[in-house]
Write a protein that binds this ligand. Structure first.
Ligand code: ADP
Ligand code: MG
Length: 664
């Protein structure tokens, strides 16, 4: 068992423009023996009428304070990697980010939506873990005390209520179970990242400008690991929660009303309950901890004062206007640091595996006996190696007992096998991947189909949209990475061909010979071995090294391409959604126009000029209306939308001026 207090770190968000004040209000000191400290220094307000040069200073201790210049890689290496290592060792882990809205919680946990290097803790941890163990993933959003499953694969969510709602159940042993929260299996990094992308897209789509759910909800991304050491019958089951909490700001300060106030109450209430739990835990001899008061504290029960190694990242903003909230975030962190958790390795014995292991042991002993009595033959060893290689179970073992001669011989057999099989390592996977990527790239983003008119307006809207530059940049980077991947792919193929060619030369006789009478191997000098062979061997070794390093680089590139692909896809979805919102707003506005027409606004006022970019046959001087209410509304919506777009791009004013001159 490991007893450990919750580890606390602080991260200061970069200010957009460094100002005199942002420089002044805080200092970071990581040189201290026992960790780092963050100090806020506020000059006393002189407006009180008397001169007071005293400064108020607030100093908080953390394990380490990450200043504005810290990048995502450093955050992962220092904070998340040690937690991930513990999770691999079978402990439960939690990392949660706490701070006011806009202080960088989502940026730290999930990452920025623009650059590959802005990947946050979740995608980096998935890359780190997925090579080792099989995983299952869940992604829960808690909004107004209701849980939602973000990994609903149906892609139909247009608001949060469309997602399956998750409820808490407690078994007789008081263990918490989440009903309706799906656990999705992911066999590799790519599948895990796809799940993260699905959850984030659902989270984004479910959010409207009136309902900024992402800042007012708690999101818990959980990775469940299960694995065992090769040959061991002990299973390790552990889970890692990566938590992006709602903004911690107080309601009174934000001055909100109506629906938003109700939400804020809920959020403040759940953060208030979190504080209550934390206060109760930090007090000695408290028997009752009020976990059940809110869904979030119930779900994170183990992470707070239970069987878990927990880390908190306090995200603070350095602007003077946010200093109250930053101080309150740090105060909260100091209380959190008092909580002691007791983490256990989550092990269980797999009886089926135990039987298999014991059977293998018996077999081993029998073989040893046979060896001693001279029954063992080298072909049996060959057969054993063959069975071992053919077994699809990645955890299978080659049990040879303690006899070093047998072990040496099997190693030799494996070496010969490895050299030959490398020559046949092909890259169909790579080419499949590249062609899939090309297909994926050219495919249009998901969402409802647009009519021809909408498509035309969408083109202009897209050129005008604020995210266009990021989108274009990412497209350009993606294109570049494709080209790099292609070039690397060719290099890998060439290296592979060179290795194959070397192997197509007559095979070298084995360097050892086996005495069939005793089943014992002896090393003997090979008469045919000469310098030519030696050169050939070293060439092959060199090519193999080459092949391995290029292949490694190619793999890294693949991860980057996938990530960029996700960013692009997300931007596309966002763009389409913004367009749909704008389009429906325009349509509503034109309904009013139509009514105005009925109430006497002259018809000529609706003669709207537009740019001749349409393939339709509309005249640029008059629009005949059909008299049908719905059709006319649609026609007018389109004209109005076009007009509005042209005005935004500055084209209409010039056309309009030209037309006026023509009429005069
Ligand atoms: P929160 O989730 O706490 O409300 P966000 O993570 O959404 O805040 O951050 C708000 C904005 O600030 C985002 O645009 C984000 O990209 C940016 N941001 C936050 N932290 C950093 C950072 N360390 N470096 C660069 N940009 C950041
Ligand atoms: Mg956020």
């Amino acid at each position: 068992m490991v007893r450990q207090t919750i580890q606390i770190f602080a991260r200061v968000k970069p200010t957009k423009k460094p100002t005199f004040f942002s420089f002044q209000v805080y200092t970071v000191d990581n040189e201290e023996h026992s960790g780092g400290s963050l100090e806020f220094v506020i000059p006393r307000d002189l407006a009180d009428g008397f001169i007071n040069n005293k400064r108020e200073s607030y100093r908080f201790r953390f394990l380490k304070v990450f200043d504005q210049a810290t990048n995502q890689e450093e955050i992962f290496e220092t904070i998340a990697k040690p937690v991930a290592d513990n999770v691999l060792a079978g402990y439960n882990g939690t990392i949660f980010a706490y701070g006011q809205t806009g202080s960088g919680k989502t940026f730290t946990i999930t990452g920025g939506a623009e650059r590959y290097s802005d990947r946050g803790i979740i995608p980096r941890t998935l890359s780190y873990l997925s090579m080792v163990y099989t995983t299952q993933i869940s992604y829960l959003e808690i909004y107004n005390e209701v849980g939602y499953d973000l990994l609903d694969p149906r892609h139909e969510a247009s608001n949060l209520e469309d997602l399956p709602s998750v409820t808490i159940m407690e078994d007789p042993d008081q263990n918490i179970h989440l009903k309706n929260l799906s656990l999705q299996a992911s066999a590799n990094e790519e599948e895990a990242l796809n799940l993260l992308f699905l959850g984030d897209t659902n989270r984004m789509i479910a959010e409207t400008p009136m309902n900024q759910a992402s800042t007012r909800s708690h999101c818990i991304f959980t990775i469940h690991l299960c694995g065992r050491e090769p040959g061991s019958a002990t299973l390790h089951r552990s889970k890692l929660h990566l938590v992006d909490l709602a903004g911690s700001e107080r309601v009174g300060k934000s001055g909100v009303g109506g629906q938003i106030l109700t939400e804020a109450k809920y959020i403040n209430l759940s953060l208030h309950y979190l504080e209550q739990v934390i206060t109760a835990l930090s007090e000695k001899n408290r028997s009752h901890i009020p976990y059940r008061n809110s869904m979030m504290t119930s779900v994170l029960r183990d992470s707070l004062g239970g069987n878990c190694m927990t880390t908190m990242i306090a995200t603070v903003s350095s602007e003077k206007t946010n200093i109250d909230e930053s101080i309150s975030t740090c105060r909260f962190a100091q209380r959190v640091a008092l909580i002691k958790n007791e983490a256990l390795v989550n092990e269980e014995l797999d009886p089926a595996l135990l039987i298999v292991r014991l059977k293998k042991e018996i077999q081993c002993l029998k073989e040893e006996l046979a060896m001693v009595t001279g029954e063992q033959r080298t072909d049996e060893l060959k057969e054993q190696v063959k069975l071992f290689l053919d077994d699809p179970d990645p955890d299978t073992t080659l049990d040879l007992g303690p006899d070093m001669r047998k072990i040496h011989h099997c190693f030799l057999l494996l070496k010969v096998h490895l050299s030959y099989s490398l020559a046949f390592l092909s890259l169909p996977v790579l080419s499949c991947f590249l062609s899939w990527m090309y297909y994926f790239c050219s495919a249009s983003s998901s969402g409802p189909e647009l009519s021809i008119e909408q498509q035309e307006a969408f083109e202009i809207f897209r050129n005008d949209h604020g995210d266009r530059l990021t989108l274009e940049d990412n497209k350009a980077i993606l294109k570049q990475r494709f080209a790099e991947a292609k070039a690397l792919g060719e290099q890998v193929n060439q290296a592979r061909n060179r290795v194959s060619k070397s192997f197509s030369l007559p095979p070298l006789p084995p360097a050892t010979h086996i005495s069939s009478a005793s089943g014992v191997m002896e090393s003997q000098p090979n008469p045919q071995s000469d310098t030519v062979e030696e050169t050939l061997r070293s060439q092959i070794e060199e090519e193999k090294k080459n092949y391995k390093s290029t292949f490694g680089r190619l793999k890294g590139l693949k991860t980057e391409i996938e990530h960029l692909q996700h960013l692009l896809q997300r931007s596309k979805i966002k763009l389409k959604r913004d367009f749909q919102d704008w389009w429906s707003q325009e349509a509503t506005r034109l309904q009013y126009w139509h009514h105005a027409l009925h109430y006497g606004i002259p018809y000529y006022m609706l003669h709207i000029p537009f740019r001749a970019l349409s393939s339709t046959t509309m005249s640029s001087t008059s629009i005949p209306l059909t008299g049908d209410h719905q059709t006319d509304a649609d026609i007018l919506a389109f004209i109005r939308a076009r007009q509005s777009l042209l005005t935004r791009t500055g084209i209409s004013s010039s056309i309009h001026a030209g037309q006026k001159r023509g009429k005069v």
